[in-house]
Design a protein around this ligand. Structure first.
Ligand code: ATP
Ligand code: MG
Length: 352
């Protein structure tokens, strides 16, 4: 059990660009939690584009092994992507998700202050299936009678739909509103999306659930109207669960509701590992300037701790971040402020 642990082993993979600036900030915020969590032990690990240019591999086996065998969880920064396709290079984050079976991508989107351009009343979580759907990348190009024909396979399994459904119900059940919306397009794709929808819906009837999710209300929304309603009336959503492609689109659309990418956290979660990751990329335009917003990474740390059951520590991080945003005095330029990464971190540490 996590509560009995003496220490919490956290892998740190800043990777490229501003990842190297914001992950150390997240580390400092975790260290400030004191006895709210088991004593953190950090393990520095490498991956990414820079690692690839230096060593020829984007994700060293050693990084995977240490995460798997010595860490309870990890924080990942961001990776630069080469502007053209480079032979032998593939995204380490995609590989890590696969290696550690991190099948759920979980992204809360919360508005804290209209002052920084956020639409009021957004407080939702997108739970995206992360292993299948169109992302199995089985594509074929053939010659047809009227020219080229391209096809892609879309895989939806009961197994993957069930485990993402279980994750979504668990999250919904832990929130005050306990409301789950299943996103699909089963009016058109009745076989694939039909299986997803039915499987998620059946989670409360699984053996062992024993009425645990009786309090969760279930709604469904076709993906197109879900995006529409997300912009018109985001307050109707609490937890949204979706297959991979729809989840990808919905989670970026939801992010647009709260402004800066520098605010939005995520976790990649499986049954035995969780990895926090800010939603933003390596931001080459501001790299090295010391002005990257560290709040998405600090919130990713909070989300990771929450997933592991350390609610008190997670709450303290989130509350501190919320307070700094609401006060509006110490913000980085992406939020129209003039402060540096370090100054924002200091402000958060003071609140903690
Ligand atoms: P990548 O290819 O690594 O995704 P990108 O150019 O797409 O890089 P993103 O990181 O996705 O860059 O960011 C898009 C825009 O948002 C950039 O202008 C970037 O400066 C800004 N941005 C992203 N994250 C942050 C942050 N943490 N703080 C401040 N600005 C950010
Ligand atoms: Mg990007």
């Amino acid at each position: 059990s996590t509560t009995a642990r003496q220490s919490l082993r956290i892998g740190l993979i800043p990777a490229d660009g501003i990842g190297k600036e914001v992950i150390p900030a997240a580390r400092a915020a975790i260290e400030a939690l004191g006895s709210d969590i088991p004593k953190p032990q950090f393990v520095d690990l490498v991956a990414g584009w820079e690692t690839f240019t230096r060593t020829g591999v984007a994700l060293p086996q050693d990084t995977v092994d240490v995460l798997r065998n010595e860490c309870d969880c990890a924080l990942f920064g961001s990776v630069s992507s080469p502007s053209r396709k480079v032979v032998g290079y593939s995204s380490p984050i995609v590989a890590l998700r696969k290696e550690l079976d991190l099948y759920a991508n979980i992204r809360p989107v919360v508005s804290v202050s209209a002052e920084v351009g956020q639409k009021a009343s957004v407080d939702l979580i997108v739970v995206r299936e992360n292993t299948e759907c169109l992302y199995v990348k089985q594509e074929q190009l053939t010659d047809g009678p009227n020219g080229k024909e391209a096809r892609a396979t879309r895989l939806i399994t009961e197994h993957a739909s069930r485990r993402i459904g279980q994750m979504a119900f668990k999250l919904a059940n832990a929130r005050p509103r306990k409301h789950l919306t299943i996103i699909h397009k089963s009016n058109v794709l009745s076989v694939t999306d039909g299986l997803f929808r039915e499987t998620v819906r059946s989670v409360p009837t699984l053996p062992g659930v024993d009425g645990k999710y009786d309090g969760v209300t279930i709604a469904e929304q076709l993906v197109d109207s879900a995006v529409y309603r997300l912009f018109r009336e985001p307050e109707i959503f609490d937890v949204m669960v979706a297959p991979n492609l729809y989840g990808d689109i919905i989670s970026d659309a939801a992010a647009a509701l709260v402004g800066s990418l520098g605010l939005i956290p995520s976790i990649n979660a499986g049954d035995s590992f969780v990895m926090g990751e800010p939603v933003h990329g390596s931001a080459p335009d501001i790299e090295g300037k010391g002005i990257a917003n560290p709040l998405a990474s600090i919130r990713s740390a909070a989300l990771m701790l929450r997933h592991l059951g350390y609610t008190k520590g997670a709450d303290r991080l989130d509350t501190a971040v919320d307070q700094v945003i609401r006060e509006g005095k110490t913000l980085t330029p992406d939020l129209k402020g003039t402060s540096t990464t370090t100054e924002v971190l200091e402000a958060v540490l003071k609140k903690i």
